[in-house]
Design a binder for this molecule. Structure first.
Ligand SMILES: Cc1ncc(COP(=O)(O)O)c(C=O)c1O
Length: 372
């Protein structure tokens, strides 16, 4: 089937680009003797995770317990959960994962550590953990100078097993351009180095020093402390990565395929894809370099200036041969959102539809009420 025969809207993934992105990041890790444990909230697809494994990923970082469980069921061996858990039934899910695979959770305060330790002690298991280091995002995390004290305090919790430290320099998305990336790479490297040094000084052995984001990946891959990298968005890239030149248009694998369904004014097209396809992201953490809601491939004179739920407004600024009925591809601002707003990604190679990729671990797609 040809792409042009697809019903719109559809979320397309160019398989050649997807594979190239996976290969590029894996090869950089291999070249520097690092491990790639990708963050999987970007795609939420067991099939794409399997592709990452085939390219050489040796672990995964799940953004949800659903992701961790799906990968465990699919036979992945090493799975890290990006966040702490603090209530039932999620504590039990953590324990079950610890019993089934090489599982590591991340902790950053006594309360979440105690909750997990108590659940683990009750089940008679030990749960591996890393301490989250705050490398500048100021979301989760312990300041590097306080990490050794925290690790010492956690010694009193016998059902937990210290493995090392993890970070995520997500504040990099506040960068306005490529030249600002170096500052965030330095934050990432310095925070992890300071935390690692303090822990070694306090007598802790660090099996895991892990960190990562797509925009800081190239700058921090040769770091001497970080051993495991967790980029996520790199598989698809998007208009946010383009805005900070962390990727080129030819590296953007995911697009929204839409039809121009109206030309109500001389300078306006309406397309049949809206916020329920694109999401409303326009950058995070103070990024103001994004304008509009996506980049129309091959038509720079069109700007996606507005989104309602089902339709979008394209402002025409210049000559265009496009007309009502034509189909266009738009690179979304933040590809992780559309990937979570569809159950099927349409995998294409150029104009040919090759297969669909199931987004089988979509957020809130699992019935939370246990079946009787
Ligand atoms: C904890 C954590 N690690 C890694 C990532 C991957 O970052 P990116 O999507 O920039 O590659 C994320 C993304 O939000 C994250 O929250």
């Amino acid at each position: 089937m040809k792409k042009q025969e697809l019903a719109t809207p559809a979320v397309l993934v160019d398989l050649d680009i997807l594979e190239k992105n996976m290969k590029k990041y894996q090869e950089l890790c291999n070249k520097h003797g690092k491990e790639l444990w990708p963050m999987t909230k970007t795609h939420k697809s067991t099939e794409i995770a399997k592709m990452q494994k085939a390219f050489g990923a040796t672990g995964f970082l799940g953004g949800t317990l659903d992701e961790c469980e799906a990968f465990c069921d699919a036979g992945m061996e090493t799975i890290m959960y990006a966040y702490p858990a603090a209530s039932q039934p999620n504590l039990s899910r953590v324990i079950a994962l610890a019993q089934k695979c090489h599982f590591i959770i991340r902790l950053d305060c006594m309360e979440n550590a105690r909750a997990i330790s108590e659940a683990a002690a009750q089940a008679g298991v030990t749960v591996n953990y890393t301490i989250i280091v705050d490398s500048g995002l100021h979301r989760f995390g312990v300041a590097p100078e306080k990490v050794a004290d925290f690790a010492n305090a956690l010694r009193e919790l016998p059902a937990l097993c210290f493995k090392g430290i993890s970070g995520h320099p997500g504040h990099v998305y506040g960068a306005q351009n490529h030249s600002e990336l170096a500052k965030y790479v330095a934050d990432e490297k310095n925070a992890m180095a300071a935390a690692a040094a303090a822990l070694k000084e306090a007598g802790f052995a660090l099996e895991i020093v892990s960190s990562g984001s797509t925009p800081t990946f190239a700058g921090s891959i040769a770091d001497e402390n970080i051993k495991i990298y967790h980029p996520g968005n790199y598989v698809f890239h998007d208009a946010i990565q383009l805005s900070i030149e962390a990727a080129e248009e030819a590296e953007c694998a995911l697009t929204i395929y839409a039809t121009i369904i109206s030309k109500p004014r001389e300078d306006m097209f309406i397309i049949d894809a809206g916020s329920k396809c694109f999401g409303l992201d326009q950058g995070a953490h103070g990024n103001s370099s994004i304008s509009g809601f996506g980049r129309v491939k091959g038509h720079p004179q069109l700007s996606l200036v507005g989104l309602s739920e089902e339709v979008g407004k394209l402002k025409i600024q210049g000559e265009t041969q496009l007309k009502v009925g034509d189909k266009i591809e738009i690179i979304p601002n933040h590809s992780c959102v559309p990937a979570n707003l569809t159950s099927f990604l349409v995998g294409c190679r150029q104009d040919n539809v090759e297969k669909t990729l199931a987004v089988d671990i979509r957020e809130n797609s699992k019935n939370p009420v246990p079946e009787k």
